[in-house]
Design a binder for this molecule. Structure first.
Ligand SMILES: *Cc1c(COP(=O)(O)O)cnc(C)c1O
Length: 489
């Protein structure tokens, strides 16, 4: 399996090279030259645990890793860091199914991929005889930041710098990041929104002069963002797992189609579901659930992607995104893997902030349904699900659950549950009608534990009394010099 750019650069890369590079030199994203099929039957899958499932999926993509290397990556990632041996439990509440992806170290779904990325990356460096120190640069809308920090903290041969929008993340999210103790970590608030952070990081990656200077000083950049194939493909595994659990629990017959409903921001999670479908998993519709930043909903309705609009701060900040980076891979695929066409559209996006796809491309979107939830709907969904079942979900998951409740569907559908309610306690408690005026976030946490009858996760306990280690705040225009100055003394 080789990897090429969505924008037409003719060079082919191995999987391990693509993991190291993160982004192609022409600004495009890495895509596989063909789509692999799963090597086993659906009923075989029901006999596998999460690790075996992940290995079965990943071996089709990371073909230049040996079995031993890849199994080591998987086994080191999906271990006791997760608070359940199932890793990603599928639960049924009332008539609804939820795939809980928040049992990792930082209680959000980003842990699923970021737990394995450092292993894929350090293995890739060894395989390619690169003796430089890797610098992970990451823009975060809240959850990636901490998940990447804990994944890379004190990993030999790596450093990590995380940029987050100051004021654009929840209190708990910010505390999780700024209390990070790893000696090789740096956390920086940016006076701007997530798109500013992401664009800033992309510009640094595309700055050849800076790259050269760092290279001379023994550093090589890489990205832990969801554009890296080392994050994308591990996410395919839990869609395969979802299907096998539905089958094993007797909720579906072998071959019966399911829908998946994905709370979407950067389009990485849902794209992984689409890849699982392409691998042969009987998924019918991919339902793309957005919050009030409904640029994707409008795109699925009209075929026009238009980021020229106000950026809205919602109760699901990890989905407050106007440029969904991973959509580029879907655009490339629905253009018939036409890199020239894709590059044209991406040029429109960067110059005009919008593009329109052709009618033929639009037809290829029938696997997807766009949806968006208003803030009121999100709060109502949390409240009514709690009243009906006692189950408490977070604000991001609630965007998807709202879609589940509002779209008429022919199949059983699984809501992809992307964060623990403990990460967004204030808004969750507000939705349920509890006293969200309480100024102390940790009192709210304790109250949530009482009403949800779920133990406070370690990730929250750990920051209760932790010291603030990072307090740097910069302008968007200062991001580049900050990177340079923190690496080259
Ligand atoms: C990142 C995130 C999302 C959005 O996922 P994408 O892959 O960016 O679409 C949704 N929910 C939570 C809790 C997240 O952290």
């Amino acid at each position: 399996m080789k990897y090429i750019s969505t924008r037409g650069l003719s060079k082919e890369y191995s999987a391990s090279e693509a993991v190291i590079k993160g982004l192609c030199d022409d600004g495009g994203l890495f895509v596989p030259t063909s789509f692999p099929k799963l090597s086993c039957s659906l009923s075989d899958l029901t006999k596998m645990d999460y690790r075996e499932t992940a290995y079965t999926v990943l071996k089709e993509f990371f073909t230049d890793y040996t079995e031993e290397e890849l199994r080591a990556c998987v086994n080191n990632a999906y271990d006791e860091k997760f608070d359940t041996d199932e890793i990603a439990p599928l639960v049924k509440k009332g008539n609804e199914y939820f795939l809980e992806l928040f049992h990792g170290k930082t209680i959000a779904f980003k842990d699923m991929a970021l737990s394995i990325l450092p292993h894929l990356l350090t293995t890739a460096l060894k395989k390619n005889n690169i003796n430089k120190e890797v610098v992970i640069l990451t823009a975060t809308s809240g959850d990636t930041g901490k998940a990447a920090l804990s994944a890379f903290a004190d990993v030999k041969g790596t450093r990590i710098i995380v940029f987050y929008p100051k004021g654009g993340v929840s209190k708990i999210q910010e505390l999780q990041m700024v209390t990070e103790k790893g000696a090789n970590t740096k956390v920086v608030g940016v006076k701007g929104n997530f798109d500013d952070c992401q664009t800033g990081v992309k510009n640094i990656f595309n700055n050849e002069a800076l790259k050269k200077e760092l290279d001379d000083n023994g550093f090589v950049f890489s990205s832990a963002n969801s554009i890296n194939i080392g994050r994308l493909f591990p996410q395919v595994a839990y869609y395969v797992w979802t299907y096998s659990r539905m089958l094993k629990m007797g909720e579906i017959k072998e071959g019966e189609k399911i829908n998946v409903i994905v709370p979407t921001g950067n389009f990485g999670n849902i794209l992984a579901g689409y890849f699982a479908k392409k691998m042969g998993i009987p998924i019918d519709k991919m339902i793309c659930a957005s919050n009030e930043n409904k640029v994707l909903y409008d795109f699925f309705m009209s075929g026009e992607y238009d980021r020229n609009r106000d950026f809205i701060l919602t109760s699901s900040p990890s989905m407050d995104i106007l440029i969904s980076s991973n959509l580029e891979r879907l655009i490339y695929i629905i253009a018939g893997c036409d890199a020239k066409k894709n590059a044209e559209l991406m040029k429109d996006l960067s110059e005009k902030g919008k593009y329109s796809i052709t009618d033929d491309m639009k037809k290829e979107l029938s696997d997807f349904i766009g949806f968006y939830a208003t803030e009121d709907q999100v709060f109502d969904t949390i409240k009514s699900l709690y009243k009906e079942t006692g189950y408490v979900i977070d604000t991001h998951t609630a965007v998807a659950a709202t879609a589940d409740r509002n779209i008429k569907q022919d199949n059983k559908s699984v809501v992809i549950s992307t964060a623990s309610p403990y990460k967004f306690t204030r808004n969750v408690m507000k939705a349920i009608g509890e006293n969200s005026e309480e100024p102390d976030d940790f009192k709210l946490v304790d109250r949530l534990s009482e009403i949800a009858k779920v133990k406070v996760p370690n990730a929250v306990e750990e920051i209760r009394n932790a010291d603030i280690k990072h307090d740097t705040v910069v302008e968007v225009s200062e991001m580049e010099s900050l990177v340079k100055n923190s690496l080259i003394k």
